[in-house]
Design a protein around this ligand. Structure first.
Ligand SMILES: [Zn+2]
Length: 100
C-alpha cells in the first residue's frame, strides 16, 4: 500500500494517507484547516515503516515528557556513585591509587 504525504498550502500542515489501490479517492481537504489547497508530496518509499521511523514519529511532547521523567530518577544523577564512595583519606586501606 502506497503511503502518500500531503501538504497544505494554507497552514503548512502535513499529513499522510495510506492509499489502498489506485482507485481510492485522495483527500481533498486539509485535515487541519479543511483547506482544499493541498498537494501531494512525492515519496520514494511505500509500505510499512520500520520501528525507528515509528519512534521518530512519536509526538515530540511525549518524547520530552519521557526524557524529563528519566532525568528526575536517581539513576539519572551522574554523581550518585561518587556520593557512595569512601573518601580516599578516611579509608582504612586505600590501596594503591589507580592510574587512570
Ligand atoms: Zn491546512
Amino acid at each position: 500500500m502506497p503511503l502518500f504525504t500531503y501538504s497544505c498550502e494554507d497552514c503548512d500542515e502535513q499529513f499522510e494517507k495510506l492509499v489502498r489501490g489506485t482507485k481510492s479517492p485522495e483527500p481533498e481537504t486539509c485535515i487541519m484547516c479543511s483547506s482544499s489547497k493541498i498537494r501531494k508530496i512525492p515519496t520514494t518509499f511505500s509500505l510499512s515503516r520500520n520501528e525507528i521511523d515509528a519512534l521518530r514519529s512519536l509526538d515530540p511532547m511525549y518524547k520530552r515528557m519521557v526524557e524529563d521523567r528519566m532525568a528526575q530518577t536517581p539513576e539519572a544523577e551522574p554523581m550518585r556513585h561518587l556520593a557512595k564512595m569512601t573518601p580516599f583519606d578516611v579509608a582504612e586501606d586505600p590501596g594503591k591509587p589507580i592510574d587512570f
